[in-house]
Design a protein around this ligand. Sequence first.
Ligand SMILES: Cc1ncc(COP(=O)(O)O)c(C=O)c1O
Length: 372
Amino acid sequence: MKNYHKEWIKNRVEAFKSIGYMFGESTEDIAKRYGFALQEIAKLDSNENLFIPKNELIKMIQEALLDDFDPRLYPREEARRLINKISNYVKLPTEYITIGNGSDEIMERVTRFALEKGDRAISIAPTFSMYRHAVELQRAKYIEVPLKDDFSLNVKGILSKATPKTKILFICSPNNPTANRFETDDLVYLIDKFPGIVVVDEAYVEFSGGSLAPLVKEFDNLIVLRTFSKAFGLASFRLGYCLASPEISKTLSASIGLPYPVNTLALKVGVKILENVKIMQEAVEKLKIERSRLIEDLRRVNGVYAFDSETNFILIYTQKSAEDVYQGLLSRGIIVKNLGRILKFRNCFRVTVGLPEMNTKLIESLKEILGE
Ligand SMILES: Cc1ncc(COP(=O)(O)O)c(C=O)c1O
């Protein structure tokens, strides 16, 4: 390989070294390492929704393929159709809606919209890691304001950190990984007082209710992020959207976004699932019942504490060291998210609410590891 630009490329690589996303363990690696078949692995680290029947989704995908699908054409009409369906679902006019390649991609458009080099963005801690990623890509400073020990918002703390250079506040509600929804009054107060854009990430709202979506008509600084990856069970399709004033929405879609951010098949399946919202609602109801059972069972394991949840995952902590518990679970074919310390709680894990047999395996494994 020729090295005409070696120094320059090295510097660019260096400039991005501290920015990035870390994947958890891969199902295939764990299966291979511990001698399991792939189907035996309980993947409980990414908050995917296994309660949506896979055969229903496959049926929709097959219908979408047969229904006038032409892979040679750019997805234009389909995008419009999906926006109409979303408009119906969120009860807002289409001008308030922007669709994207997962809500992660929209997050990045929002930071490009609001942040210039040297600006600041505030978020809570702990929270979803991709806000930091989107902010740092803009060469802006990411500032964390810890939640209180009861996981409520430190409203005063957040506002006290706002300076003229602070342009975005990210709040995930219900929050990943604490699984609680914040008080609407606190959120509205922050949207009203914060001097920049407030992004409320409602990735898990279908599991909790209490959306702020209607407020985008009232506050021109509010952006509500949504996704099809969680309650709708379509993580593989990378489909997300946001709700914001028509001015912001137009800028995010027409100026910042690429012309065709979402592929035709994802758009068509998005339309189909919104025509069958009941499938999602029934799955969410089933998941909530299993969530209650799992929380109760976790609380019965000696040395495990489980918090309440308004999402499809549960935050727990253990008496034994996080690394020992994590490795113990991996060796039994269970992948969870090892979070270490969260606020004053040590040895924390985020555990997706899996199918009943996975959860039973998790409980049995925790009992073994914690020496019951
Ligand atoms: C809070 C939150 N927002 C957004 C996402 C990502 O959503 P998407 O798959 O639409 O990019 C996740 C995924 O885990 C999440 O937890």
